[in-house]
Design a protein around this ligand. Structure first.
Ligand SMILES: NC(=O)c1ccc[n+]([C@@H]2O[C@H](COP(=O)([O-])OP(=O)(O)OC[C@H]3O[C@@H](n4cnc5c(N)ncnc54)[C@H](OP(=O)(O)O)[C@@H]3O)[C@@H](O)[C@H]2O)c1
Length: 287
């Protein structure tokens, strides 16, 4: 396939944070050619095509698919939804990107990885796989830029919306732990800025948080102000939350990840502030 400098964006249809989908729009706004990889043909694929992306369908766990979508691209954003096959997909991407030869791979990771080591991992398979993926990419010798966002602001919505709507409460087991969620739109702005001009960023790791670290009572006050009605925070035991998550029928991998996030919040591990958004984009992270 001819190489015209196209930028591959994986996970482009968007599900939760939809970082890939936003990155596609930002790159197209800059006049850059984008190949958007989606898992299936649907309305989201049609919407990407309508704004000017070349849409390709494929499975990140299928090496032949990955080879087909990477071929002809010089730069890659690699991210996909939280899933049990994340490490396999990352290593598959690394093998293919080495074979094809690319100028830059922007790898989505998680801020928790900053605190992980052989002796100190977490009980989230997703976080462990990000930790291992970062190392595999480092060994690959590829020109990699790693972004490590904290929890996305958008993750609060599915977790908090039902109880905020029905009971005026955010109900999570975060104790008095503080958190500094980052907007997925800011994460996407960082990714797009790097992909547009990767050279100064190669080999770097950017930690991304929002501008404020506060406990869930503070978050509840922000909900109150935004909704113009009282929203409070109720701390619950981790076991109760796990039971509620299980009732939702989420995949076990995702449930385990969310339960771990709750435990780490309670232990104060999400009380972090980092300036990656401003350093890369020149604009502070949004509230
Ligand atoms: N949410 C958070 O708070 C948070 C915080 C820090 C880091 N992260 C990291 O951010 C990443 C998720 O980013 P996001 O929220 O932007 O993603 P997303 O919107 O949830 O999902 C992106 C896309 O990945 C696609 N996908 C899943 N498996 C695939 C496969 N095997 N082949 C091809 N495509 C596949 C999905 O396609 P379909 O929609 O068609 O299924 C989805 O549209 C994860 O690495 C996560 O660890 C998340």
């Amino acid at each position: 396939m001819a190489d015209d400098g196209r930028i591959l964006v994986t996970g482009a249809a968007g599900q939760l944070g939809a970082v890939g989908r936003t990155v596609c729009g930002l790159l197209l706004d800059r006049g850059l050619p984008v190949r958007a990889m989606v898992r299936r043909e649907d309305d989201r694929a049609a919407a990407l095509r309508a704004v000017g992306a070349e849409v390709v369908v494929g499975d990140l766990l299928e090496p032949a698919d990955v080879y087909r979508v990477v071929s002809g691209c010089r730069r890659v954003y690699f991210g996909m939804s939280v899933s049990a096959g994340y490490l396999e997909a990352t290593v598959t991407m690394a093998v293919v990107a080495r074979e094809v030869g690319v100028d830059a791979v922007v790898n989505m990771s998680q801020m928790t990885v900053s605190q992980m080591s052989i002796q100190n991992t977490t009980s989230s398979g997703q976080q462990r796989q990000h930790w291992l993926s970062e190392q595999a990419l480092a060994w690959s010798g590829l020109p990699v830029v790693t972004i490590r966002p904290t929890m996305f602001l958008e993750s609060f919505s599915p977790l908090a919306a039902p109880t905020v709507r029905n009971r005026g409460r955010i109900v999570v087991p975060f104790g008095r732990g503080k958190t500094s969620p980052v907007a997925a739109a800011d994460v996407a702005r960082v990714v797009a800025a790097i992909l547009a001009d990767p050279r100064p960023h190669l080999g770097r790791i950017y930690e991304l948080t929002g501008p404020r670290s506060q406990d869930m009572h503070g978050v509840a006050r922000e909900f109150s102000d935004a909704l113009n009605r009282e929203v409070t925070y109720s701390d619950i035991p981790a076991e109760d939350w796990e039971r509620e998550l299980k009732k939702l029928g989420l995949p076990e991998h995702l449930t385990r990840h969310l339960v771990t996030m709750g435990e780490l919040h309670r232990a104060g591990r999400y009380d972090r502030l980092a300036d990656g958004v401003e350093r890369v984009t020149g604009r502070p992270a949004m509230r």
